[in-house]
Design a protein around this ligand. Structure first.
Ligand SMILES: CC(=O)SCCNC(=O)CCNC(=O)[C@H](O)C(C)(C)COP(=O)(O)OP(=O)(O)OC[C@H]1O[C@@H](n2cnc3c(N)ncnc32)[C@H](O)[C@@H]1OP(=O)(O)O
Length: 440
């Protein structure tokens, strides 16, 4: 697989279609300060966020320069330098069951100027990204979304959810363990220095997680916020085990309390725990901070153990949402990259409007959970489980977090032999609920 993703040629089909609409499709040289600045400001405009000030522009110019950066330009405009369509991409990776990763074509910053919307610009950008990724041999594409209604048409589906947890701390008394390590406050800069290494130890055990880039860690740590007043309110805490080894980090911000000083809200901006002890110590700490009546945590797993560590489960308000979207491009490459929970023989009849994953496949999983995929010439072999599904459903079940039985129930997967859903679920299930703790 080529890693030359930044300079691979633009997709000719999208270029042709956009040219027919009077638009120019071009890679942006991220070393060209003016061109890249215009692209970054168009991206901000697309998401309705403030123009980048000088300081943040510098950080973005440096922090995102490594990406493949594409624009769509309308040369008839008074300002032809600012693109009317943006997208960037890079070859990242996503954790799959078996504590391993598979390369993924990460797509971000998809915007189309409101003056040029609904003319097919985004479709050409997305299809162009998928064709480029496929040509480079990347087995799947991945993204997080602003709206869940946009990406299904390109074959994406959510494979990992994330949830917002709100816990009423006056009701939720701690009933979990009390670890013996040490908690202490640290400066934001120390948190920033430590968190990537700790997160990298943890992410390989959570299907759906992706590695983050330096600028994103700066943003998480509050070191690249426009609102410096809020960033100054962030507090960072570390947990070291009894041997003095760093095992957990949390970052939070306390808000509100205007009407009643005993009722602040504590927002958990980040929590990484490498051990159950670190997890218990940090959650207990966060739930017991004085003058706080509610703890709000974003982008957490839908299956947080903390639910089982408090006296009253109904102290929790819980809002799950689709989050990690995957799109399989190469069925063999993707399915052979993960491990499986049981041996099985599974026939998959996959339809894909864009063609990449279309076909009939036989997945044979041995007793060690290793899968091998071959094309299936005729009918499913005797004794195999057999499913008919589109690439969307295949992408949804890939990490083992969305049960096949659920999608059969929803009429989105067809069992070609009765009992197949149970067999596939037995093999595909993930010991850890897939999750993704960031936006990318
Ligand atoms: C990975 C990410 O970056 S997620 C971020 C996505 N971007 C945003 O939310 C920023 C604000 N929105 C936008 O910039 C634009 O409205 C976009 C990018 C969502 C769509 O751009 P457009 O060029 O207008 O889309 P385009 O004309 O190519 O439409 C393609 C298809 O998507 C559909 N579509 C477009 N926008 C939306 C939407 N917001 N919700 C649902 N469907 C949509 C169109 O109806 C069309 O459907 P069809 O081809 O099946 O008939």
């Amino acid at each position: 697989m080529s890693t030359d993703f930044r300079t691979a040629p633009l997709d000719a089909t999208s270029a042709e279609r956009l040219a027919a609409a009077g638009l120019r499709y071009a890679l942006v040289d991220t070393a060209d300060r003016d061109a890249f600045s215009a692209w970054l400001q168009a991206d901000m405009r697309g998401f309705h966020v403030a123009r980048l000030n000088d300081e943040l522009l510098e950080k973005n110019l440096e922090g995102l320069a490594y990406r493949r950066t594409t624009g769509v330009f309308d040369d008839a405009l008074i300002d032809p330098v600012t693109p009317v369509g943006t997208v960037n991409s890079w070859i990242g990776e996503v954790t799959v069951p078996g504590s391993r990763t598979v390369p993924g074509w990460a797509i971000s910053s998809v915007t189309v100027a409101p003056t040029h919307r609904r003319k097919g610009v985004a479709r050409n950008l997305l299809e162009g990204e998928l064709r480029t990724a496929s040509a480079l041999g990347v087995p799947l594409a991945m993204l997080t979304v602003s709206e869940s209604s946009i990406y299904g048409r390109y074959g994406f589906a959510t494979a990992a959810m994330a949830a917002e947890w709100r816990i009423d701390t006056k009701r939720a008394k701690w009933t979990g363990p009390t670890p013996g390590g040490r908690l202490q406050f640290i400066p934001q800069e120390e948190f920033r220095a430590l968190v990537p290494g700790l997160f990298d130890r943890v992410r390989l055990s959570v299907p759906g997680e992706v590695p983050l880039w330096d600028l994103r860690w700066d943003q998480i740590a509050g070191l690249a916020w426009e609102d410096k007043g809020s960033a100054a309110k962030l507090r960072a805490v570390r947990y070291d085990d009894e041997k003095g080894k760093l095992q957990g980090l949390a970052l939070y911000l306390v808000k509100g309390g205007d009407d009643d000083f005993t009722k602040h809200t504590l927002e958990v901006h980040h929590l990484t725990a490498a051990t159950p002890d670190a997890y218990a110590a940090l959650w207990r700490f966060l739930l017991e901070v004085d003058l706080v009546s509610e703890v709000k945590a974003y982008l957490r797993s839908v299956d947080e153990p903390v639910r089982w560590m408090i006296s009253d489960m109904r102290a929790i308000r819980f809002t799950p949402s689709d989050h990690q979207y995957l799109r399989i491009l190469d069925v063999k490459g993707a399915l052979e990259a993960r491990s499986y929970a049981s041996s099985a023989m599974i026939a998959l009849v996959v339809t894909d409007e864009l063609g990449f994953a279309q076909g009939r496949f036989l997945l044979e999983i041995d007793g060690k959970g290793v899968g091998e995929v071959r094309p299936m010439q005729s009918v499913a072999p005797r004794g195999s489980a057999a499913l008919a599904l589109t690439v969307n459903e295949l992408s949804a079940i890939y990490l083992g977090g969305v049960p096949v039985a659920t999608l059969v129930g929803a009429g989105r997967i067809k069992e070609l032999r009765s009992g197949s859903a149970a067999v596939v679920d037995g093999a595909f299930r993930s010991p850890r609920t897939p999750s993704l703790s960031s936006w990318y």
